[in-house]
Ligand binder design. Structure first.
Ligand SMILES: [Zn+2]
Length: 188
């Protein structure tokens, strides 16, 4: 489920790219986003819910960004993560499956607190099962797309080829500018 947290954080990418819209504040897009990820919430999102989701996204993005740089998470951040994990209550349920009986853990209520706790769980799973050098933030400063680097060498720097070539062009232009400035300085 670690993809859930990355997808949630990457909704901010659409503010400056393709959709140019805040998915979390658009009831239809938010519903679609959650349903694709098997999160069927019973109540529609209120204004406070949207504020809460935006706050959660900002908080998780900040600590994930710090984590990719420093490989650590502050105790204050862990405290707040535990707050989000505790806002939804779960219960154990006995179920009959083809192979026999088993216990599953289910939320007491399929509400927005449950959604936030699921996203936070996914965040902890993401950083728990992958080294910090696997989680990357696209190096294009205008992009801000988080991704999971699956390359063996863990050297992927950009989310896709477009960002890679854009940054190549920028580096090339910056170098050209520097070279021509150097030439001007020499001819002075
Ligand atoms: Zn990118």
């Amino acid at each position: 489920m670690k993809e859930l947290c990355l997808d949630f954080l990457n909704t901010r990418w659409y503010l400056t790219h393709k959709l140019n819209k805040e998915i979390l504040a658009d009831p239809a897009l938010l519903k679609e986003f959650l349903e694709v990820r098997q999160l069927h919430v019973e109540a529609p999102a209120s204004f406070e819910t949207i504020e809460g989701l935006l706050e959660l996204r900002e908080f998780l993005a900040k600590i994930l960004e710090d984590y990719t740089r420093a490989n650590s998470i502050s105790s204050d951040a862990i405290k707040r993560i535990n707050y989000y994990l505790a806002i939804s209550t779960c219960r154990r349920v006995m179920e009959q499956r083809e192979q026999g009986f088993q216990i599953t853990i289910q939320p007491v209520s399929f509400d927005w607190n449950w959604v936030m706790a699921e996203i936070t769980t996914s965040f902890v799973e993401l950083i728990g099962c992958s080294g910090y050098n696997r989680i990357k933030l696209c190096e294009n400063p205008d992009c801000k797309w988080f991704f999971y680097d699956e390359t063996k060498s863990r050297t992927k720097r950009w989310c896709d080829d477009r960002c890679a070539s854009l940054m190549k062009v920028r580096r090339f232009r910056a170098k050209q500018k520097k070279d021509s400035q150097n030439e001007e300085a020499l001819s002075d």
